[in-house]
Ligand binder design. Structure first.
Ligand code: IPM
Ligand code: MG
Length: 373
């Protein structure tokens, strides 16, 4: 078996805690001969500012380019509130996404049966929910020029950001969404604000053209992003795959996450284009942030990070079998009533971050034995 490698960037806040549980699972798989994955530990965000004075060191970026994929915890926290805006913790994550050209961000929102009561929405609205948000990740207002704050000299200042998309940027993320929809419910909802923004009008026209040319077998709907935000609460199960830009995707995915009961449950994969050798740059990270208020207390939910690693097994290591087993292990742990505080219910047993990781490993071991038998 060829040796694989991952770079783990725990980052800040609860990042190190949740990534510690992911590392345990990798060791477990290695020990059982299922994988041979070397872990390279490095830093990003505030941790990197403390060590290198920048939120993403060049040496770290070089490691990330070489490895099969990157597993990231979370970045940011009040400790770095006062650092220069250009080197804030978040800038490290944005640079990593941009440098690796991870243009397609996959954020699945799945409601596990055991957690249907943890959602703030009524059971009958969210039961069985399984949607996938495909967020454009390297363009739009996050990176558009011009940007900045200028002093107008009269006691006024002016802040500018630019929303910009080209046809090729829209088409490449659109293709990812249509391809994934083909393997699921065969329906794509494309979201923008074509009623207000030229970039949204272009988005709608380009997605429409791509659909007509290559994906007529998939159902395509268009929706204004504000309406989508509303529909996600009104009737989320109408959606299969949602494709949208960087900023709307950021917002809609937080909203979708809460449908599932907790931000602590949502994984994500960020993928780039495959090169001539078949290598695809990839970054896996939980959608939740660094949650500095609960950091270091063993309260964090590691399931989003663990489910992100399951996505890595699927997309970067072509081990869909292990991904299925790991997801099944998470499900069985939840079914058994084992919960971190964020998803606790009256009758459940509240455990620490590490206990949750251990419970998943025990269930995973069982799932693998059943697979072997
Ligand atoms: C996310 C986060 C990031 C984003 C922040 C931390 C820069 O909110 O991944 O959704 O805005 O993309
Ligand atoms: Mg976000």
């Amino acid at each position: 078996m060829t040796k694989n490698s991952v770079v783990i960037l725990p980052g800040d806040g609860i990042g190190p805690e949740v990534m510690g549980e992911v590392a345990k699972i990798i060791h477990f798989l290695n020990q059982n001969g299922e994988t041979d994955i070397a872990i390279i530990d490095d830093c990003i965000g505030g941790a990197a500012i403390d060590k290198h004075s920048v939120p993403l060191a060049d040496s770290t970026l070089a490691q990330c380019r070489k490895a099969d994929c990157v597993l990231l915890g979370a970045v940011g926290g009040p400790k770095w509130d006062k650092v220069d805006y250009n080197i804030r913790p978040e800038a490290g994550l944005l640079k990593l996404r941009k440098e690796l050209e991870l243009f397609a961000n996959l954020r699945p929102a799945i409601v596990f049966d055991a957690l249907v009561g943890a959602s703030t929405l009524k059971e009958e609205i969210v039961r069985g929910l399984d949607i996938l948000i495909v967020r454009e990740l390297t363009g739009g207002v996050y990176f558009g020029e011009p940007r900045g704050i200028t002093d107008l000299g009269n006691g006024q200042r002016r802040g500018v950001n630019t929303q910009v998309y080209t046809t090729s940027e829209i088409h490449r993320v659109g293709r990812v969404a249509f391809e994934l929809a083909r393997k699921r419910g065969k329906k794509v909802t494309s979201c923008e604000k074509a009623n207000v923004m030229e970039s949204g009008k272009l988005w709608r026209e380009d997605i429409t053209a791509l659909h007509a040319a290559d994906y007529a077998d998939v159902t395509l709907d268009h929706m204004y992003a504000d309406n989508c935000a509303m529909q996600l609460l009104r009737n989320p199960r109408q959606f299969d795959v949602i494709v949208t830009d960087n900023l709307f995707g950021d917002i809609l995915s937080d909203e979708a996450a809460m449908l599932t009961g907790s931000l602590g449950m949502l994984p994500s994969a960020s993928l780039g284009a495959r090169d001539a050798h078949g290598k695809q740059p990839a970054l896996y990270e939980p959608v939740h942030g660094s949650a500095p208020d609960i950091a270091g207390q063993g309260k964090a939910n590691p399931l989003a990070a663990i489910l992100s690693f399951a996505m890595a097994l699927r997309y970067s290591f072509d081990r869909g079998d292990l991904a299925d087993a790991l997801e099944a292990a998470v499900q069985s742990v939840l079914n058994a009533g084992t919960r971190t505080a964020d998803i606790a219910e009256k009758t459940s047993k509240t455990v620490t971050t590490a206990q949750m990781g251990d419970a998943v490993i025990t269930a995973f071991e069982g799932a693998l034995k059943r697979k072997a038998a």
